[in-house]
Design a protein around this ligand. Sequence first.
Ligand code: ADP
Length: 405
Amino acid sequence: MATTSEQSAQSEDKLPGIRHIIAVGSGKGGVGKSTVSVNLALALQQLGAKVGIVDADILGPSIPGMLGIPTGEPPELTTENKLIPAERYDLKVVSMGMLTPDDKPAVLRGPMVGKYLKMFIEGVEWGKLDYLILDLPPGTGDTQLTLAQSMPLSGVVIVTTPQTVSLKIARRGLRMFEKVQVKILGIIENMRTFTCPHCGETTDIFRNGGGERMSQELGVPLLGALPIDPNVVACGDEGNPIVADQPKSVSAKMYVTIAQALVEQMQSAVTVLKPFNWNWNSNEGAPAWVESAAKPTGSQMIPIGFMRRDPRTLSILWEDGHRDDLDLRELRLACHCAICIEEMTGRKLLDPKTVKADISPKQIHSVGNYAILFDWNDGHNSGIYSFKDLRALGARAAASGSEDV
Ligand code: ADP
């Protein structure tokens, strides 16, 4: 019989034996998504993890080539009819390319891809894995959405390049994943700088800092930025990814740094706060306030505590250690819902005069791991406040408070 700790470890697994499934996506093709998937998988392995990789990019399955795995051979099956993954550098690999005839990849539309992929992942003899990396097809359409929804993902990593257009598309991708409440673990900016192999000078081919900007704008961590590295291409073409082939190179080291940042994100993704339904007046069901989870590198958008500081003030403690004390009436006035703000024009529909000075919530509920919902005592209960909005509200309140002084 399984012990309690085994049972709880199993129940934490995303699939039996698989701890985390991480999708790697990009707004468009050619940004290095598959290259990043493979090298990130190898870097995670260097940190001691057991890693598998699924090439879900049916339109252009490139992972087998990058790892030097021969294609065109039907995969072997176990006696239970489970597919045995290919193995290279201790990485377990399956590719959608194995399932679809080469000449008809586009036939599989979004829902079908999702169905196949689910079957594919669940019908594979993975053994025990810490991470299963899912190399998504490029783009932010239905296919990606279906994939994101059909798998119990721990989160998604977005690969982008510094050109504005690519950032714009990546931003759209981020929003899409946010909408279906898949946690965005971070952004990886690929091909940021070029280091001359002769003189060693580093040049920003494109505009620099796009990843940082996007990270700040969307409240998503930048896991790291990779240089343009001709060796990455050569290694990829020969089936020897740079992390395995040249582990001492700048690129390989950067991959390990990125893998470490990702692991940290995964740990904080095990959200400190459990879902809650909090009665404001009695304080029953109050969420935790976990000061020990604060860290200087923590996210500005992940709350690690909510507290009823006094009957009129909601305090929020953020992972970066910052605390916001929010006035209840200000919170009610800031409601973004369609009843309070005209959706098309952004015009305020809520008349502040109608909001009483003693307005307070009856209940506050957590919504997924991205927002809270107030059930106000004026009967209004449709306003969802994202963590991002709450943090911005705190900043605005602090700014207007200092103006008042
Ligand atoms: P995607 O999966 O986004 O379509 P790929 O991983 O197939 O992109 O990469 C596209 C091309 O860019 C490949 O030839 C790859 O070797 C190259 N590439 C990826 N990352 C880098 C990099 N950091 N420096 C130089 N070339 C790169």
